[in-house]
Design a protein around this ligand. Structure first.
Ligand code: AR6
Length: 176
């Protein structure tokens, strides 16, 4: 499983799946969630509404993940996960660990061989990006045989170069 850290827009990645830093409603929002819904078009929202009418009537809990088809995006799947909201007192690292683990498990379940992640909770939800990066690195280092077997690439897509540098530091990537 190769780990890549890049600066860019997550709606323009050629991975089989992209992860959305959603909220429990699954019905859209600002930040990367808004960008993904705009780029994906109404089909993505329709898939999310369907989940809310069936298996997720109370919404998606913090730390959980669920996959839907990706509408007009160049990917096959969007994996929606709900990060902890620092501003609401959700400060436990295990909640963020769970987001990364559940998202990778969801990728395995749908057969996605490459997955792109944003910096979950590091925007509107107010977590320190360095803490998010550290937890991402630790969770991937702890590993899982199912991820190793079916996922070829995990790509972290950071919205600006300074955030990319934070992730590179956490993953021990040396910069030229
Ligand atoms: N590509 C990659 N990263 C992006 C993009 C993009 N197109 N757009 C923003 N980011 P946030 P959260 C970065 O706020 O903190 C929404 O309203 C952004 O710079 O999107 O988990 C949801 O509906 C930051 O580094 O997610 C929830 O209510 C990172 O993505 C809430 O925000 C995450 O920032 C979730 O907040």
């Amino acid at each position: 499983m190769e780990i890549r850290i890049v600066t860019g827009d997550i709606t323009r990645q050629d991975t089989d799946a992209i992860v959305n830093a959603a909220n429990s409603s699954l019905l859209g929002g600002g930040g990367v969630d808004g960008a993904i819904h705009r780029a994906a078009g109404p089909d993505l929202l329709a898939h999310c509404r369907k989940l809310r009418e069936t298996t997720l009537r109370d919404g998606l809990p913090v730390g959980k993940a669920v996959a839907t088809p990706a509408g007009r995006l160049p990917n096959d799947w969007v994996i929606h996960t709900v990060g902890p909201n620092w501003h609401q007192g959700q400060h436990e690292p295990r909640l963020l660990v769970s987001c990364f683990r559940e998202s990778l498990d969801a990728a395995v379940a749908v057969g996605a061989r490459s997955v792109a992640f944003p910096a979950i909770s590091a925007g509107i939800y107010g977590w320190d990006p360095a803490e998010v990066a550290r937890i991402a690195a630790e969770t991937l280092a702890a590993g899982n045989p199912a991820w190793e077997e079916s996922i070829e690439e995990v790509r972290f897509v950071l919205f600006n170069p300074s955030l990319t540098a934070v992730f590179e530091d956490a993953f021990g990537v040396s910069r030229a």
